[in-house]
Design a protein around this ligand. Structure first.
Ligand SMILES: [Zn+2]
Ligand SMILES: [Zn+2]
Length: 397
Protein backbone atom coordinates (compact mmCIF):
# COMPACT_ATOMS: atom_id res chain seq x y z
CA UNK A 1 0.00 0.00 0.00
CA UNK A 2 1.57 3.27 -1.09
CA UNK A 3 1.86 6.31 1.15
CA UNK A 4 0.05 9.50 0.20
CA UNK A 5 0.76 13.19 0.61
CA UNK A 6 -1.81 15.77 1.74
CA UNK A 7 -1.97 17.14 -1.80
CA UNK A 8 -3.05 13.73 -3.07
CA UNK A 9 -6.36 14.42 -1.30
CA UNK A 10 -6.91 17.83 -2.91
CA UNK A 11 -9.97 16.53 -4.75
CA UNK A 12 -11.66 16.03 -1.34
CA UNK A 13 -10.77 19.45 0.05
CA UNK A 14 -13.93 21.40 -0.83
CA UNK A 15 -16.17 18.67 0.51
CA UNK A 16 -14.17 18.38 3.74
CA UNK A 17 -14.17 22.14 4.33
CA UNK A 18 -17.93 22.17 3.78
CA UNK A 19 -18.41 19.34 6.30
CA UNK A 20 -16.16 21.07 8.82
CA UNK A 21 -17.99 24.40 8.52
CA UNK A 22 -21.38 22.69 8.73
CA UNK A 23 -20.42 20.91 11.97
CA UNK A 24 -18.83 24.09 13.35
CA UNK A 25 -22.02 26.00 12.64
CA UNK A 26 -24.10 23.43 14.55
CA UNK A 27 -22.16 22.63 17.76
CA UNK A 28 -23.62 20.00 20.09
CA UNK A 29 -22.41 19.17 23.59
CA UNK A 30 -22.03 15.95 25.59
CA UNK A 31 -24.26 13.05 24.55
CA UNK A 32 -26.46 15.37 22.46
CA UNK A 33 -24.43 15.13 19.23
CA UNK A 34 -27.48 13.87 17.34
CA UNK A 35 -27.21 16.07 14.27
CA UNK A 36 -23.44 15.60 14.10
CA UNK A 37 -23.86 11.82 14.35
CA UNK A 38 -26.47 11.97 11.56
CA UNK A 39 -23.99 13.83 9.34
CA UNK A 40 -21.20 11.36 10.11
CA UNK A 41 -23.40 8.28 9.62
CA UNK A 42 -24.85 9.61 6.36
CA UNK A 43 -21.40 10.28 4.91
CA UNK A 44 -20.05 6.87 5.92
CA UNK A 45 -23.10 5.13 4.47
CA UNK A 46 -22.85 7.13 1.25
CA UNK A 47 -19.28 5.90 0.86
CA UNK A 48 -20.36 2.28 1.40
CA UNK A 49 -19.11 1.89 4.96
CA UNK A 50 -21.44 -0.09 7.28
CA UNK A 51 -22.41 2.00 10.30
CA UNK A 52 -23.26 1.09 13.91
CA UNK A 53 -24.99 3.74 16.02
CA UNK A 54 -26.04 4.22 19.63
CA UNK A 55 -22.99 3.42 21.79
CA UNK A 56 -22.93 6.16 24.46
CA UNK A 57 -26.15 7.48 22.93
CA UNK A 58 -24.67 9.33 19.94
CA UNK A 59 -21.54 7.30 19.15
CA UNK A 60 -20.99 6.18 15.55
CA UNK A 61 -18.70 3.35 14.46
CA UNK A 62 -17.98 2.63 10.82
CA UNK A 63 -16.26 -0.62 9.84
CA UNK A 64 -14.29 -1.08 6.64
CA UNK A 65 -12.70 -4.35 5.52
CA UNK A 66 -9.58 -4.24 3.43
CA UNK A 67 -9.62 -5.94 0.04
CA UNK A 68 -6.72 -8.18 1.10
CA UNK A 69 -7.21 -10.93 3.70
CA UNK A 70 -5.90 -10.20 7.17
CA UNK A 71 -6.57 -10.93 10.83
CA UNK A 72 -5.48 -7.64 12.32
CA UNK A 73 -7.92 -4.88 13.22
CA UNK A 74 -7.25 -1.32 14.31
CA UNK A 75 -9.47 1.57 15.38
CA UNK A 76 -9.11 5.27 14.60
CA UNK A 77 -10.99 7.63 16.90
CA UNK A 78 -12.32 11.18 16.57
CA UNK A 79 -14.39 13.17 19.06
CA UNK A 80 -17.55 15.03 17.98
CA UNK A 81 -18.61 17.24 20.90
CA UNK A 82 -18.52 21.01 21.37
CA UNK A 83 -18.16 23.20 24.47
CA UNK A 84 -20.51 25.40 26.46
CA UNK A 85 -18.93 28.66 25.37
CA UNK A 86 -20.18 31.76 23.57
CA UNK A 87 -18.40 32.09 20.21
CA UNK A 88 -16.92 35.55 19.49
CA UNK A 89 -15.95 34.89 15.85
CA UNK A 90 -17.81 36.70 13.09
CA UNK A 91 -17.06 34.47 10.08
CA UNK A 92 -19.87 32.85 8.14
CA UNK A 93 -19.52 29.43 9.78
CA UNK A 94 -19.76 30.74 13.36
CA UNK A 95 -22.04 28.87 15.76
CA UNK A 96 -25.78 29.35 15.33
CA UNK A 97 -26.37 28.10 18.89
CA UNK A 98 -25.92 30.70 21.64
CA UNK A 99 -23.60 29.49 24.37
CA UNK A 100 -22.28 26.50 22.40
CA UNK A 101 -19.16 26.43 20.30
CA UNK A 102 -16.65 24.10 18.66
CA UNK A 103 -13.78 25.69 20.59
CA UNK A 104 -11.61 22.57 20.79
CA UNK A 105 -11.57 21.65 17.10
CA UNK A 106 -13.53 18.42 17.40
CA UNK A 107 -15.36 19.58 14.26
CA UNK A 108 -11.98 19.29 12.52
CA UNK A 109 -11.15 15.93 14.13
CA UNK A 110 -14.46 14.48 12.93
CA UNK A 111 -13.87 15.88 9.43
CA UNK A 112 -10.29 14.59 9.13
CA UNK A 113 -11.41 11.06 10.04
CA UNK A 114 -14.27 11.32 7.54
CA UNK A 115 -11.74 12.39 4.91
CA UNK A 116 -9.67 9.29 5.61
CA UNK A 117 -12.80 7.11 5.54
CA UNK A 118 -13.78 8.43 2.12
CA UNK A 119 -10.31 7.86 0.70
CA UNK A 120 -9.96 4.37 2.18
CA UNK A 121 -13.48 3.31 1.15
CA UNK A 122 -12.64 4.26 -2.43
CA UNK A 123 -9.38 2.30 -2.30
CA UNK A 124 -9.32 -0.23 0.58
CA UNK A 125 -5.88 -1.45 -0.37
CA UNK A 126 -5.13 -2.96 3.05
CA UNK A 127 -5.37 -6.28 4.88
CA UNK A 128 -7.70 -6.67 7.83
CA UNK A 129 -10.35 -4.55 9.48
CA UNK A 130 -10.57 -0.87 10.19
CA UNK A 131 -12.98 0.74 12.66
CA UNK A 132 -13.74 4.46 12.55
CA UNK A 133 -14.89 5.52 16.03
CA UNK A 134 -16.76 8.83 16.34
CA UNK A 135 -17.31 9.41 20.03
CA UNK A 136 -19.46 11.84 22.01
CA UNK A 137 -18.68 13.82 25.13
CA UNK A 138 -14.90 14.08 25.26
CA UNK A 139 -15.13 17.38 27.16
CA UNK A 140 -15.45 16.37 30.81
CA UNK A 141 -18.13 13.71 30.41
CA UNK A 142 -15.93 10.72 29.45
CA UNK A 143 -17.79 9.62 26.34
CA UNK A 144 -14.91 7.24 25.57
CA UNK A 145 -15.37 5.48 28.91
CA UNK A 146 -19.11 5.16 28.32
CA UNK A 147 -18.56 3.65 24.86
CA UNK A 148 -16.16 1.13 26.39
CA UNK A 149 -18.60 0.29 29.20
CA UNK A 150 -21.30 -0.29 26.60
CA UNK A 151 -19.15 -2.83 24.78
CA UNK A 152 -17.12 -0.89 22.21
CA UNK A 153 -14.18 -3.29 22.14
CA UNK A 154 -16.34 -6.43 22.38
CA UNK A 155 -18.46 -5.35 19.42
CA UNK A 156 -15.45 -4.03 17.52
CA UNK A 157 -12.36 -6.01 18.60
CA UNK A 158 -9.10 -4.38 17.65
CA UNK A 159 -5.37 -4.78 18.19
CA UNK A 160 -4.53 -1.10 18.48
CA UNK A 161 -6.30 2.25 18.73
CA UNK A 162 -5.19 5.71 17.65
CA UNK A 163 -6.35 9.27 18.36
CA UNK A 164 -5.38 12.76 17.17
CA UNK A 165 -5.89 16.33 18.42
CA UNK A 166 -5.13 19.67 16.80
CA UNK A 167 -2.92 22.03 18.80
CA UNK A 168 -2.65 25.81 18.46
CA UNK A 169 0.89 26.97 19.15
CA UNK A 170 2.39 24.11 17.16
CA UNK A 171 3.21 25.11 13.55
CA UNK A 172 0.56 24.39 10.93
CA UNK A 173 0.80 20.79 9.76
CA UNK A 174 3.54 19.75 12.19
CA UNK A 175 3.01 16.51 14.15
CA UNK A 176 4.06 16.07 17.79
CA UNK A 177 4.01 12.96 19.92
CA UNK A 178 5.96 11.23 22.68
CA UNK A 179 6.29 7.70 23.99
CA UNK A 180 4.85 7.10 27.46
CA UNK A 181 2.79 9.62 29.44
CA UNK A 182 1.59 12.31 27.00
CA UNK A 183 -1.27 13.93 28.89
CA UNK A 184 -2.09 14.11 32.58
CA UNK A 185 -4.61 12.40 34.78
CA UNK A 186 -7.26 14.99 35.66
CA UNK A 187 -8.97 14.61 39.02
CA UNK A 188 -11.19 16.89 41.09
CA UNK A 189 -11.12 17.11 44.89
CA UNK A 190 -13.28 18.78 47.52
CA UNK A 191 -12.53 19.50 51.19
CA UNK A 192 -15.13 20.87 53.58
CA UNK A 193 -13.68 22.19 56.86
CA UNK A 194 -16.25 22.28 59.67
CA UNK A 195 -16.11 24.15 62.97
CA UNK A 196 -18.66 25.89 65.14
CA UNK A 197 -18.26 29.34 63.65
CA UNK A 198 -19.50 32.24 65.77
CA UNK A 199 -19.23 35.97 66.41
CA UNK A 200 -16.25 37.56 64.71
CA UNK A 201 -15.48 39.44 67.92
CA UNK A 202 -15.40 36.28 70.03
CA UNK A 203 -13.49 33.61 68.10
CA UNK A 204 -12.30 32.01 71.36
CA UNK A 205 -15.89 30.86 72.05
CA UNK A 206 -15.85 28.41 69.16
CA UNK A 207 -13.77 26.82 66.45
CA UNK A 208 -12.92 28.67 63.26
CA UNK A 209 -12.72 26.55 60.06
CA UNK A 210 -11.20 29.47 58.15
CA UNK A 211 -7.89 28.88 59.96
CA UNK A 212 -7.32 25.27 58.80
CA UNK A 213 -8.72 26.18 55.38
CA UNK A 214 -6.09 28.90 54.92
CA UNK A 215 -3.31 26.64 56.20
CA UNK A 216 -4.49 23.84 53.92
CA UNK A 217 -4.37 25.98 50.75
CA UNK A 218 -0.70 26.73 51.39
CA UNK A 219 0.07 23.14 52.40
CA UNK A 220 -1.32 21.69 49.17
CA UNK A 221 1.81 22.94 47.40
CA UNK A 222 4.02 20.89 49.72
CA UNK A 223 2.75 17.72 48.03
CA UNK A 224 4.42 18.51 44.70
CA UNK A 225 7.36 20.20 46.48
CA UNK A 226 8.04 17.52 49.13
CA UNK A 227 6.27 14.25 48.25
CA UNK A 228 6.34 13.83 44.46
CA UNK A 229 9.73 12.84 43.03
CA UNK A 230 11.53 15.84 41.55
CA UNK A 231 11.91 13.74 38.38
CA UNK A 232 8.12 13.65 37.95
CA UNK A 233 5.61 16.35 37.10
CA UNK A 234 2.37 16.95 38.99
CA UNK A 235 0.05 19.88 39.67
CA UNK A 236 -2.31 20.72 42.51
CA UNK A 237 -4.45 23.85 42.11
CA UNK A 238 -7.22 25.41 44.16
CA UNK A 239 -10.05 26.62 41.93
CA UNK A 240 -12.90 27.38 44.31
CA UNK A 241 -13.26 28.63 47.89
CA UNK A 242 -16.63 29.32 49.48
CA UNK A 243 -17.49 30.38 53.03
CA UNK A 244 -19.63 32.83 54.93
CA UNK A 245 -21.66 35.66 53.53
CA UNK A 246 -20.44 38.83 51.80
CA UNK A 247 -22.82 40.85 53.94
CA UNK A 248 -21.61 39.39 57.21
CA UNK A 249 -17.89 40.06 57.63
CA UNK A 250 -18.34 39.90 61.41
CA UNK A 251 -19.57 36.32 61.37
CA UNK A 252 -17.12 33.42 61.50
CA UNK A 253 -18.58 30.79 59.15
CA UNK A 254 -19.19 27.26 60.38
CA UNK A 255 -17.79 25.70 57.23
CA UNK A 256 -15.37 26.42 54.40
CA UNK A 257 -15.50 24.52 51.10
CA UNK A 258 -12.38 24.31 48.96
CA UNK A 259 -12.28 22.61 45.57
CA UNK A 260 -9.46 22.07 43.15
CA UNK A 261 -7.81 19.94 40.51
CA UNK A 262 -4.95 17.45 40.68
CA UNK A 263 -2.85 16.41 37.66
CA UNK A 264 -0.37 13.56 37.49
CA UNK A 265 1.23 11.24 34.93
CA UNK A 266 1.57 7.89 36.69
CA UNK A 267 -0.86 5.74 38.69
CA UNK A 268 1.49 5.86 41.71
CA UNK A 269 1.69 9.66 41.69
CA UNK A 270 -2.07 9.81 41.30
CA UNK A 271 -2.50 7.61 44.38
CA UNK A 272 -0.04 9.81 46.24
CA UNK A 273 -1.91 13.04 45.40
CA UNK A 274 -5.18 11.51 46.54
CA UNK A 275 -3.72 10.22 49.80
CA UNK A 276 -1.71 13.33 50.75
CA UNK A 277 -4.51 15.82 50.07
CA UNK A 278 -6.71 13.82 52.45
CA UNK A 279 -4.00 13.50 55.10
CA UNK A 280 -3.27 17.22 55.02
CA UNK A 281 -6.96 18.15 55.23
CA UNK A 282 -7.57 15.80 58.15
CA UNK A 283 -4.41 16.63 60.09
CA UNK A 284 -4.70 20.39 59.69
CA UNK A 285 -8.40 20.34 60.60
CA UNK A 286 -7.64 18.41 63.81
CA UNK A 287 -4.82 20.78 64.72
CA UNK A 288 -7.39 23.59 64.74
CA UNK A 289 -10.12 21.69 66.59
CA UNK A 290 -12.15 21.31 63.40
CA UNK A 291 -13.17 18.41 61.18
CA UNK A 292 -12.56 17.87 57.48
CA UNK A 293 -14.72 16.01 55.00
CA UNK A 294 -12.75 14.96 51.95
CA UNK A 295 -13.74 13.67 48.55
CA UNK A 296 -11.42 12.87 45.62
CA UNK A 297 -13.01 12.19 42.24
CA UNK A 298 -10.94 10.34 39.63
CA UNK A 299 -11.98 11.80 36.31
CA UNK A 300 -9.57 11.08 33.44
CA UNK A 301 -6.57 8.74 33.78
CA UNK A 302 -3.13 9.66 32.45
CA UNK A 303 -2.83 9.22 28.69
CA UNK A 304 0.04 6.83 28.01
CA UNK A 305 1.33 6.17 24.49
CA UNK A 306 2.60 2.64 23.84
CA UNK A 307 6.14 2.25 22.48
CA UNK A 308 5.37 0.27 19.31
CA UNK A 309 2.29 2.26 18.27
CA UNK A 310 4.05 5.58 18.91
CA UNK A 311 6.81 4.50 16.52
CA UNK A 312 4.16 3.51 13.97
CA UNK A 313 2.45 6.91 14.30
CA UNK A 314 5.79 8.67 13.85
CA UNK A 315 6.46 6.74 10.62
CA UNK A 316 2.98 7.62 9.34
CA UNK A 317 3.48 11.30 10.18
CA UNK A 318 6.90 11.34 8.50
CA UNK A 319 5.40 9.80 5.36
CA UNK A 320 2.73 12.52 5.41
CA UNK A 321 4.70 15.73 6.02
CA UNK A 322 8.39 14.73 5.99
CA UNK A 323 10.82 14.14 8.86
CA UNK A 324 11.40 17.82 9.60
CA UNK A 325 7.77 18.38 10.54
CA UNK A 326 7.54 15.50 13.02
CA UNK A 327 8.59 15.90 16.66
CA UNK A 328 8.78 12.43 18.18
CA UNK A 329 9.88 13.68 21.59
CA UNK A 330 7.30 16.38 22.31
CA UNK A 331 6.66 17.68 25.82
CA UNK A 332 3.85 16.10 27.78
CA UNK A 333 0.81 18.32 28.37
CA UNK A 334 -0.87 19.01 31.72
CA UNK A 335 -4.28 18.89 30.05
CA UNK A 336 -6.30 15.69 30.06
CA UNK A 337 -8.07 13.71 27.34
CA UNK A 338 -10.59 10.89 27.64
CA UNK A 339 -8.90 8.89 24.85
CA UNK A 340 -6.79 7.79 27.85
CA UNK A 341 -9.62 5.36 28.72
CA UNK A 342 -9.19 3.64 25.34
CA UNK A 343 -5.43 3.47 25.85
CA UNK A 344 -6.04 1.74 29.19
CA UNK A 345 -7.74 -1.07 27.25
CA UNK A 346 -5.72 -1.23 24.02
CA UNK A 347 -2.17 -0.38 23.00
CA UNK A 348 -2.14 2.72 20.88
CA UNK A 349 -0.99 6.29 20.47
CA UNK A 350 -2.34 9.82 20.51
CA UNK A 351 -0.73 12.42 18.28
CA UNK A 352 -0.97 16.21 18.09
CA UNK A 353 -1.29 18.08 14.79
CA UNK A 354 -0.23 21.74 14.78
CA UNK A 355 -3.07 24.18 14.17
CA UNK A 356 -0.70 27.15 13.82
CA UNK A 357 -1.38 30.19 15.94
CA UNK A 358 0.52 31.90 18.77
CA UNK A 359 3.98 32.50 17.27
CA UNK A 360 2.47 32.53 13.77
CA UNK A 361 0.01 35.25 14.79
CA UNK A 362 -2.91 33.12 13.69
CA UNK A 363 -5.69 31.45 15.62
CA UNK A 364 -6.39 31.47 19.34
CA UNK A 365 -5.90 28.60 21.77
CA UNK A 366 -8.46 25.87 22.26
CA UNK A 367 -11.28 26.65 24.71
CA UNK A 368 -11.21 30.37 23.89
CA UNK A 369 -14.13 32.22 22.21
CA UNK A 370 -12.05 33.24 19.16
CA UNK A 371 -10.58 29.82 18.42
CA UNK A 372 -11.19 28.10 15.08
CA UNK A 373 -9.90 24.84 13.63
CA UNK A 374 -7.47 25.51 10.77
CA UNK A 375 -8.87 24.15 7.49
CA UNK A 376 -5.33 24.08 6.06
CA UNK A 377 -4.54 20.99 8.17
CA UNK A 378 -7.59 18.95 7.11
CA UNK A 379 -5.73 17.17 4.32
CA UNK A 380 -2.61 16.54 6.42
CA UNK A 381 -4.76 14.97 9.15
CA UNK A 382 -6.71 12.82 6.70
CA UNK A 383 -3.52 11.76 4.89
CA UNK A 384 -1.92 10.85 8.24
CA UNK A 385 -4.80 8.48 8.99
CA UNK A 386 -4.49 6.86 5.56
CA UNK A 387 -0.74 6.44 5.99
CA UNK A 388 -1.23 5.04 9.48
CA UNK A 389 -3.52 2.37 8.02
CA UNK A 390 -0.80 1.61 5.47
CA UNK A 391 1.76 1.23 8.30
CA UNK A 392 -0.55 -0.94 10.40
CA UNK A 393 -2.45 -2.99 7.83
CA UNK A 394 -0.47 -2.42 4.66
CA UNK A 395 0.63 -6.01 4.27
CA UNK A 396 -1.34 -9.20 4.77
CA UNK A 397 -0.85 -10.91 8.10
ZN1 LIG B 1 -11.21 20.56 24.76
ZN1 LIG C 1 -10.39 18.58 22.49
Amino acid sequence: MTRILPRDLLAHRDELVAIRHDIHRHPETAFEENRTADVVAAKLAAWGIPVHRGLAKTGVVGTLKGRKPGQRAIALRADMDALNLQEMNSFAHRSVHDGKMHACGHDGHTTMLLGAAKQLAADPDFAGTLHFIFQPAEEGEAGARVMIEEGLFEKFPCDAVYGMHNMPGIATGKFAIRTGPMMAASDTWTVVFRGTGGHGAMPFKGTDPVMPAAAFVTATQSIVGRNISPQHAAVVSVGHIAAGSHGSPNVIPAQVTIRGTARSYTPADRDLLERRLGELADGIAKAHGCAAEYHYLRRYPPLVNAVEQTATAIRAAQATVGDALVDGDAEALTGAEDFAFMLEKKPGAYILLGNGGAEEGGCSYVHTPTYDFNDDILLAGAAFWVNLVAEELGSAG
